[in-house]
Design a protein around this ligand. Structure first.
Ligand SMILES: [Zn+2]
Length: 571
């Protein structure tokens, strides 16, 4: 038994995520956590909401709510949806927690003590009316390039030109509309990541087993252009973690907060403290501190490719720079993007299926199965309603659902709702056992390697093997001439349902539970070998015919959903 720490990239607070976000981090992380638990390992699986920064302030202002209230509400919404998808976090924390505040301040103080923080004086736009410095996105004005009246301080949405706030003609505050803006100097703290470049490069070079997607992005950011740059870790904002040097005030930094990129990943650690403080566990340090036992922990992170630079460079720079026995990640599993029906998911246009909408129309397992079996691992993947309908109808209804329904109903009609006695296993059963032994090994190998699509393909093949066994032995035909032999075939079929309940649970936990409950089994230990698994339910064991696992998606439903989620055209 090993100890596994698993984190999913923490979703930003301002709104409900789409299915592409889900399959890029939380869902495969849950698959892996469920699998490792089923194999008997000790697992701590953490996720949280990322709550600081300008977008949260803007979203709260738009909703007409204080930002702290807005974040608390949206955290609850995201937690509820995560439950809906059966994401088995040990704790779903918040980057705005008291634990993260103290830990972030402690990290900053420690980095300063290590000589890795310097102060930089910058010029920034200040709004006299608002009494605050304005981040780029809080400033709008006329684009000097195309004359568009509502260009943002960082970019013109009309002509896409990258801008500085000082480029804008007639700039105004988006908070108040005030035009009495002026450029003032302000001081910020920078993390001197450049001093850690060699250490980071050696570390990444040592990770030969990481996915190429992960290491290629890390090396690009490390070496391209001007290479790894020092980064500001503070902002002139109200909403965030107040800048302190440990528990002490930081002279010159009054009224400033830490930049969200700095405090968000520290929440991975603080979340373990929240887990303990919520009474769900004890001793978080044995997961996170190498001087307190975390050297024995294997730490795996899951994320979309856009998050790779922060997790391969910025957060490791924080950990390495602190040089204080914090655990570094052991393996980073990154994902490409899932596209939607020939384009991208779009929050602003309502294009694509968002997590709450998905649960409104179909059970979570249907989404889990399709998304995981099409996880964008080696390249971007594409969701289309045609493929979705065809794949889930085939895999979950024609293959798995049909198998379960057919064998349990046949048994009930001929032998009653108990596992029948009699018959002797022969060549067909030996062939089934041999095939399952080889597939069980392959399935475990793919799951251990977090090869999500390959694991899904292997699981599907295991379902198909059961169907082929039933097809070739045809107990409904055997029964007419040799009821004893038919009983043996049915017994194998019923034991396959128990095996499917165990093997399928990481992918489709609800359907797996229905299968396990119908088979009346509590022993769900991972199978050591197929022969034992196929005789686990003895003759005389009672079961019930389960409810239908999955009702097929109709053409009408597909057409309706395709239209409903196509998005609203702008303009
Ligand atoms: Zn423009």
């Amino acid at each position: 038994m090993a100890r596994h720490l698993i984190t999913s990239a923490i979703p930003y607070i301002n709104g409900i995520k789409h299915l592409g976000n889900l399959v890029g981090s939380q869902l495969p992380a849950d698959l892996y956590a469920r699998y490792l638990r089923a194999r008997g390992h000790e697992v701590l699986f953490l996720c949280a909401t990322d709550e600081h920064g300008t977008p949260a302030e803007l979203a709260a202002a738009k909703a007409g709510k204080p930002v702290a209230d807005y974040c608390a509400e949206m955290h609850d919404v995201q937690a509820r949806i995560a439950d809906g998808f059966a994401l088995s976090f040990d704790h779903f924390g918040r980057s705005s927690s008291a634990q993260n505040r103290a830990l972030t301040q402690a990290f900053a103080g420690r980095l300063a003590d290590q000589g890795l923080i310097r102060e930089v004086t910058e010029e920034q736009v200040y709004s006299v009316t608002d009494g605050r410095f304005l981040p780029d996105r809080y400033i709008e004005g006329t684009c000097p390039n195309c004359g568009f009246a509502d260009a943002r301080g960082d970019q013109c949405d009309n002509c896409t030109k990258q801008l500085d706030p000082t480029d804008l003609i007639n700039p105004r505050s988006t908070i108040s509309g005030a035009t009495d803006l002026e450029v003032r100097t302000t001081k910020h703290l920078y993390l001197e990541q450049s001093k850690l470049k060699g250490q980071l490069a050696d570390w990444i070079a040592s990770k030969a087993d990481w996915p190429v997607l992960t290491t290629s992005i890390a090396k690009k950011w490390l070496n391209d252009g001007d290479g790894l740059q020092d980064r500001g870790i503070t902002r002139d904002l109200d909403w965030g973690i107040p800048v302190k040097r440990g528990t002490e005030d930081w002279p010159g930094m009054e009224g400033k907060v830490f930049y969200v990129w700095f405090d968000a990943p520290i929440e991975y650690i603080a979340c373990a403290q929240e887990w303990v403080d919520a009474g769900k566990g004890s001793d978080w340090e044995r997961w996170w501190r190498t001087d307190k036992g975390a050297d024995d922990v294997r730490y795996t992170q899951f994320m979309g490719k856009d998050n790779v630079p922060f997790h391969t460079l910025s957060f490791p720079a924080t950990i390495m720079g602190a040089d204080d026995n914090w655990k570094l990640v052991d393996y980073i599993k990154s994902f490409n993007y899932l596209n939607y029906d020939g384009g991208q998911f779009s929050t602003s246009r309502g294009r694509g299926v968002f997590m709450d909408q998905a649960l409104d129309i179909l059970p979570a397992d249907v989404w889990r199965w399709w998304l995981l079996s099409h996880a964008p691992e080696s390249s971007d993947a594409e969701f289309t309603w045609e493929a979705f309908q065809q794949d889930v109808n085939k895999d979950l209804a024609d293959v798995l659902g049909n198998f379960v329904s057919r064998i349990t109903k046949f048994c009930r009609s001929k032998f009653g709702e108990t596992v029948p006695e009699g018959g002797i296993a022969g060549d067909a059963e030996a062939a089934l056992t041999a095939e399952l032994d080889s597939r069980l090994a392959a399935y475990a190998q793919h799951m251990d390697a977090i090869e999500v699509r390959k694991a899904a393909a292997e699981l599907r093949a295991i379902w198909v093997a059961g169907n082929e066994y039933l097809q070739s032995t045809a107990p409904w035909t055997t029964f007419k001439t040799d009821p004893e032999q038919a009983a043996c075939q049915v017994r194998h079929g019923l034991n396959l349902i128990r095996l499917y309940a165990i093997l399928s649970a990481p992918f489709i936990p609800d359907m797996a539970r229905i299968m396990a409950e119908a088979m009346n089994v509590t022993d769900l230990d991972w199978p050591e070998d197929a022969a034992a698994a196929l005789t686990a339910l003895p003759a005389g064991h009672a079961f019930v015919v389960p409810e239908n696992l999955f009702t097929k998606i109709t053409d009408d439903q597909r057409a309706d959903w395709s239209e409903r989620f196509a998005g609203i055209r702008e303009g």
